[in-house]
Write a protein that binds this ligand. Structure first.
Ligand code: PLP
Length: 409
């Protein structure tokens, strides 16, 4: 196995400076940086194998098809899906959830049904269900959390006989915490609902086994795991996918087209209309193979070590308030916090002047912010190339924030 402590050397962007300071990139939850092997894979593909997948009998079209379909095999193995056909390529997690909403939910959900999510969901896993409810007459119901980010007692009972979909983040992009997946999936299935797992913040950081999770759908984005932007994944159980309508219509998703009617291609191709993002797929394959050199369990442990290092130091600082649990064992490499009397955008601007890249704002989870009465916050998020040195730079810079604003340290 390749040692994770050496990973940062593969990321050229981390050698650049900003305002005379080394960059401490702590916004990997938004998007991750790209290692050289992934860049090289794309360059090799573009220089030698570029063509339009599934179209044409010439060598370049066929090699492009092989590259694109090869990624499907790699993703199947990566998340342990039963069949390669259970992997559908999209642009990102957002599009993946929209695909499920349009192709599954609009077909199966009706007035009187319930969709249950947590109040911590990313807008991608929330606005989408508002839309489905508006169109179908179904109700969107929320499971609420306690102060430390855990689902409150009794809230899971909202998953009842009228529930048809339970959808939730595997790991929250604000709280950095994992919801009780096993229990939520079991409760969904016990009432005949399907369980959708938003894996945007989990698939890049830990081993995923969709068969063990037993979720009906699992979605994630390539750009949060060292691939390029514009490639995402839907995993769906085959029998569900088979029964679903197409999402987008056009080339490649058809079997036979007549003037007035069309029969559709088989799963997964009926969900992949138009020229696919083969370039993104090439980077996703290379990214997965790159991550697997370290091992997903080792990546998870490495990030936990970083959390154990930084979280107690951050929590002990005056005027800092954490969102969610302060227990490092419950936190993945995502930590959101506020600074007393300083707006998160000001915090981010001051941190930027120290070379520290972190996130500020509502993190696309406005209902969670409203629920906790914290409409905006800052967030650091880590990955394999994060070093303790980055976290020290962050902690040192954070000490300057209040004094810079004319407040006590
Ligand atoms: N879900 C979660 C939990 C996320 O963190 C994100 C992105 O930050 C998304 C969904 C949306 O991902 P994308 O913008 O790649 O579609």
């Amino acid at each position: 196995m390749k040692p994770i402590a050496e990973a940062y050397k593969d990321f050229p962007i981390l050698t650049r400076t900003h305002r005379g300071k080394r960059i401490a990139y702590l916004d990997s939850g938004a998007t991750t940086q790209i290692p050289v092997p992934v860049m090289k894979a794309l360059e090799t593909h573009m220089a030698n194998h570029n063509g339009n997948p599934h179209r044409g009998a010439h060598v370049l079209a066929m090699e492009a098809s092989e590259a694109y379909e090869g990624t499907r095999d790699v993703v199947q193995r990566f998340i342990n899906a039963r069949k390669r056909e259970e992997i559908i390529f999209t642009r990102n997690t957002t599009e993946s959830l929209n695909l499920i909403a349009h192709s599954y939910a609009l077909k199966h959900i009706k007035a009187g049904d319930k969709i249950v999510i947590t109040v911590a969901e990313h807008h991608a896993n929330l606005v989408t269900w508002q839309f489905v409810c508006r169109v179908t007459g179904a109700t969107l119901e929320y499971m609420y959390l306690d102060e430390t980010g855990h689902i409150k007692d009794g809230e899971m009972d909202k998953i009842d006989a009228s529930t048809k979909i339970v959808s939730f983040a595997h790991v929250s992009n604000v709280l950095g915490m994992e919801f009780p997946v096993k229990e939520l999936v079991e409760r969904a299935h016990a009432v005949g609902a399907i369980a959708i797992l938003d894996g945007a913040q989990s698939a890049p950081h830990q081993a995923i086994d969709v068969q063990a999770l037993d979720c009906d759908f699992f979605v994630f984005s390539g750009h949060k795991m060292c691939a390029s932007q514009g490639i995402g994944v839907v995993y769906g159980k085959y029998h569900l996918l088979e029964d679903m309508d197409p999402f987008l219509f056009g080339g490649d998703m058809i079997e036979y087209v007549k003037e007035q009617t069309t029969t559709f291609n088989e799963v997964p191709y009926k969900f992949e209309a138009g020229t696919p993002n083969a370039h993104g797929a090439v980077t996703l394959k290379a990214a997965i193979e790159y991550l697997e050199q370290f091992g997903m369990d080792a990546i998870h442990e490495y990030e936990q070590e970083l959390v154990r290092y930084v979280l107690p130091k951050l929590a002990a600082m005056p005027h800092i308030h954490l969102l969610g649990s302060a227990n490092p064992e419950e936190k993945h490499g995502v930590i959101a916090f506020t600074v007393d009397d300083v707006h998160p955008h000001d915090v981010a601007t001051i941190m930027d002047s120290h070379g520290v890249c972190l996130r500020s704002g509502h993190h696309c989870a406005q209902p969670l912010g409203a629920y906790y009465g914290v409409p905006a916050s800052n967030r650091i998020s880590m990955y394999i190339y994060t070093k303790k040195e980055d976290l020290d730079q962050f902690l040192e810079a954070l000490k300057t924030v209040r004094p810079t604003m004319g407040l006590s340290e």
